[in-house]
Design a protein. Structure first.
Length: 316
């Protein structure tokens, strides 16, 4: 008996018309990969997340969680199981003093909207992430950062509500996540960040806007902007590797550039001429061409420098 005749009937009974079948997902990924979801659902609340994940875990249904669709490279023409696009968007004040506001923010909050709203409210903490694609949940999962000055989305997190693999919900402090470069503990545990309380400092809104626009200007000057890309494709190398190979920087883009790969193209996929750590889909890119280009970049850098690059994007 086919899995969908047994297991997906439970989802259908629970969510009805909100559960979609054979959903075209190309518009939901910033790299614009052509793929279809066998089943598709958009949770809009913690209760939605509880219900859908309890079914997913009980019936062992394959699932993929998508926020803003950045940092994902899809190689499957059809994603079996269920794709969950996070649309849980909520914001409320938990506490306030003369110096700060503690905001409870949900995981599906789009970063672009969150940054602008907090700037307008005169709240500092997210302004350097102006132009960051994706959602707050994805930014926490990846521990997204900005380097001028160094600022992580997770810096202001106080406490979070997470869901573990058995579907139970609990709260954890910031320390639980073991945040590091491009890393949170969620990548190992498979737990889901649902919402968090962030302490944002009160600050002059015009100054925050100035900082945000400076960051955005630098992004536009140094990175491909307004094109189909999944963001930085490879992780920068560690300081110990940089010292070992006597390199002036740990930038993966530097290594790819100096290996002569800027502008390297296979099919519709191209290593950006502006920043070599970005891969651009210039048209209707095919998954096999992206895979070939990624393998070419990795093998060439390893041949030139003896360094094996690690992907920053998630492969599906």
């Amino acid at each position: 008996m086919q899995i969908r005749n047994v297991k997906y009937d439970v989802l259908d009974r629970e969510f009805g018309d909100r559960l979609e079948k054979d959903k075209d997902l190309a518009a939901f990924f910033t790299l614009k990969m052509n793929t279809v979801a066998e089943y598709f659902f958009e949770p809009i609340s913690i209760e939605d997340w509880r219900k859908v994940m309890s079914i997913v875990y009980e019936y062992d249904i394959p699932f993929l969680i998508v926020g803003g669709g950045s940092n994902i490279a899809v190689f499957q023409k059809r994603i079996l199981g269920i794709v969950l696009r996070n649309r849980f968007i909520s914001k409320s004040i938990e506490d306030e003093s003369g110096q700060f506001v503690d905001l409870k923010l949900s995981s599906g909050y789009p970063m672009s909207m969150l940054v602008q709203e907090t700037i307008d409210q005169g709240l500092s903490g997210f302004e350097y992430h102006y132009g960051l694609p994706g959602t707050l949940g994805g930014a926490i999962y990846m521990n997204s950062k900005w380097t001028r000055p160094l600022s992580y989305v997770s810096d202001s997190l106080l406490i979070a509500t997470i869901m573990d693999r058995d579907g139970s919900v609990r709260k954890e402090s910031r320390d639980y996540f073991d945040f590091a470069y491009d890393y949170s503990k969620l990548q190992d545990t498979g737990e889901i960040f649902l919402e968090g309380v962030f302490r944002l400092m009160k600050y002059d809104a015009s100054e925050l806007q100035k900082h945000a626009e400076e960051a955005l200007r630098y992004r536009k000057d140094t990175q491909p902007f307004g094109v189909a890309t999944g963001g930085c494709f490879f992780q920068n190398i560690s300081q110990s590797e940089q010292e070992k190979y006597s390199l002036p920087t740990g930038s993966a883009g530097y290594l790819i550039d100096k290996a002569g790969l800027k502008g390297k193209r296979i099919g519709c996929f191209e290593v950006s001429k502006k920043h070599a750590n970005f891969i651009i889909n210039t048209g209707n890119g095919k998954a096999e061409d992206l895979r070939k280009l990624v393998n070419t970049v990795k093998s060439t850098v390893q041949q030139v420098y003896g360094i094996k690059l690690k992907e920053e994007v998630c492969f599906v």
